[in-house]
Ligand binder design. Structure first.
Ligand code: GLY
Length: 511
């Protein structure tokens, strides 16, 4: 097979062995590059709001948000896109039958995978809600508690659902026995899915977002992800500066100010392009970046309050990413999600399918001032059949001789992680440095620089504070970047997996 078959196999296997992060009950974006004709597309397998969803789905009679309703119940689950996307990917771009590409995932579901510390941490984080769902507790907990390290977690019902998909394609999930169980499970628990939702779910192929940064071509995720637009905006703002020649303080200052401005636009303009008009062409124009750049004071932090915008909605941060390059030069960067760890924590009886809580990525209360006195994003309001705004940023970078494939999970911080990775690529560093460099993040509001332990020295912290920044040190590291580099001159390939995660990078050459 090719990279696209591998992407089907990897997506499906991650759905089994990382129930924390993605799955058949979720969705994602697969960015593709086909080597023989240079064709590039983004497969949008993002979840869609049920057709019965209303703008005020999560508000009470007083118009207040009902806490956790969009996170912890079947009402939080949007219509899954991953099964349809895998079928689409296999049929349109792969060479192998779905039965073959899904075989490793089916085996892993039947034979089990060993629980690791990452699983345990996230299960601990969601334990209380997982316990409330008997099917979830039965499959993903042991005696109603977090399973021990090394516990062999088997999912025979999920194996059967994957087999149904392998044998019957789309109809094996969205129609027939699996669909009947999904609808009964969701509706009996208070959800609002219908057969019409399952029948009308469509994968959409979207033109990726493109840009250029100092001779590097950028190809990244299109709306309904905000990732590509914000990434290109930030790189456009930074393009005239020779960042490597600047001292660390000035460099960090400019990068943070670029982040601030791109995230301000994100909350204002971005949503599902099938529902709202997004001024994409204008936002990624270098001329527009010049205007944004002209508002940067080289010596002082710009208070976000001076830029007049909206806060972004908080986002779930458990998602997954993989990057693949095959021997023909086909590429896949894929970021997949069920949103919060273990999604909505609701597993549908008899299917093994753990449902997403991607509905939480919508703006629950648009048009109403939030705690900061700011008005929430109209562009990302809930509507029937609409896709919630995402930050997932699967990306390709290309100079004349080097090709990079990268991305990461991490909620709203995904885009700034990919930005920092892209700047490492631009500096000529290798993938191990892109994935392991210390990280910092600014998202317009709250107006603060969040940073990993050890990201800044004591002097840097003092200098940043003196420039007017509020610093928010994080207790933990974040992200899990997976990256591949192909040097076309030497024809060498290198790959790296984030040291913060449990993965490894593999170079496998079949001869
Ligand atoms: N649920 C995370 C994202 O879509 O960005």
């Amino acid at each position: 097979g090719n990279a696209f078959d591998a992407a089907v196999a990897v997506s499906a296997t991650l759905a089994v062995v990382e129930p924390t992060s993605s799955g058949l009950g979720g969705g994602g974006f697969w960015l593709l590059h086909r080597a023989n004709d240079g064709f590039e597309t983004m497969i949008d397998g993002r979840e869609r709001a049920p057709l019965a969803a209303k703008r005020d789905l999560y508000l009470d009679q007083n118009g207040d948000v009902i806490p956790r309703l969009s996170m912890d119940s079947p009402l939080a689950a949007a219509i899954p896109g991953e099964p349809a996307a895998l079928v689409h990917l296999a049929e349109k771009y792969g060479r192998l039958p779905l039965k073959k590409s899904l075989a490793p995932a089916i085996r892993a579901a039947r034979e089990g995978f060993e629980v690791d510390e990452h699983y345990r941490n996230l299960a601990r984080f969601r334990l209380e809600v997982m316990r409330r769902n008997p099917e979830t507790a039965r499959i993903f907990l042991v005696d109603n508690d977090v399973p021990p390290v090394g516990y062999l977690l088997k999912q025979p019902e999920l194996a059967a659902t994957l087999e149904s998909l392998a044998n019957r394609g789309r109809a094996g999930f969205y129609r027939g026995e699996v669909a009947t169980k999904l609808l009964a499970g969701v509706r009996n628990a208070g959800g609002i899915w219908s057969q019409r939702d399952l029948d009308s779910y469509r994968v959409v192929e979207r033109e990726p977002i493109r840009g250029e940064y100092r001779g590097i071509r950028i190809t990244s995720a299109a709306p309904p992800s905000s990732g590509g637009v914000a990434l290109v905006t930030m790189l456009n703002i930074l393009a005239p500066y020779d960042l490597q020649q600047l001292n660390e303080l000035d460099r960090t200052h400019l990068i943070v100010e670029a982040m601030r401005r791109a995230y301000r636009d994100r909350a204002e303009y971005l949503g599902d392009p099938d529902f709202v008009k997004i001024p994409v062409a204008g936002l990624i124009l270098p001329y527009y970046a010049q205007r944004l750049r002209s508002s940067i004071d080289p010596e002082r932090a710009t208070p976000s309050s001076a830029l007049n915008g909206k806060a972004m909605e908080p986002e779930g941060n458990d998602t997954t990413h993989f990057s693949i390059l095959d021997q023909e030069g086909n590429r896949v960067a894929a970021t997949l999600s069920i949103n919060y760890p273990f999604g909505s924590t609701f597993t549908v009886l008899g299917t093994g399918v753990l449902l997403n809580d991607e509905m939480d990525d919508f703006s629950a209360k648009p048009g109403v001032p939030n705690a900061y006195g700011l008005v929430g994003a109209e562009a990302n309001a809930i509507a029937p059949g609409k896709r919630p705004l995402s930050s997932m940023t699967p990306t390709f970078l290309e100079s004349n001789d080097r090709v990079a494939i990268l991305g990461t999970p991490g909620g709203s911080r995904i885009i700034t992680m990919v930005l920092l990775g892209a700047l490492e690529f631009a500096s000529g560093h290798d993938p191990q440095q892109w994935v392991s460099r210390p990280r910092f993040h600014h998202q317009y509001l709250p107006d603060q620089i969040q940073f990993e332990p050890d990201a800044f020295s004591t002097s840097m912290k003092q200098w940043l504070t003196a420039r007017g920044y509020t610093l928010k040190p994080l207790q933990n590291t974040y992200g899990n970047m997976q990256a591949v580099l192909w040097d076309r001159n030497s024809n060498e390939v290198s790959a790296a997996s984030d040291p913060r995660g449990g993965g490894t990078a593999t170079i496998k050459i079949d001869r």
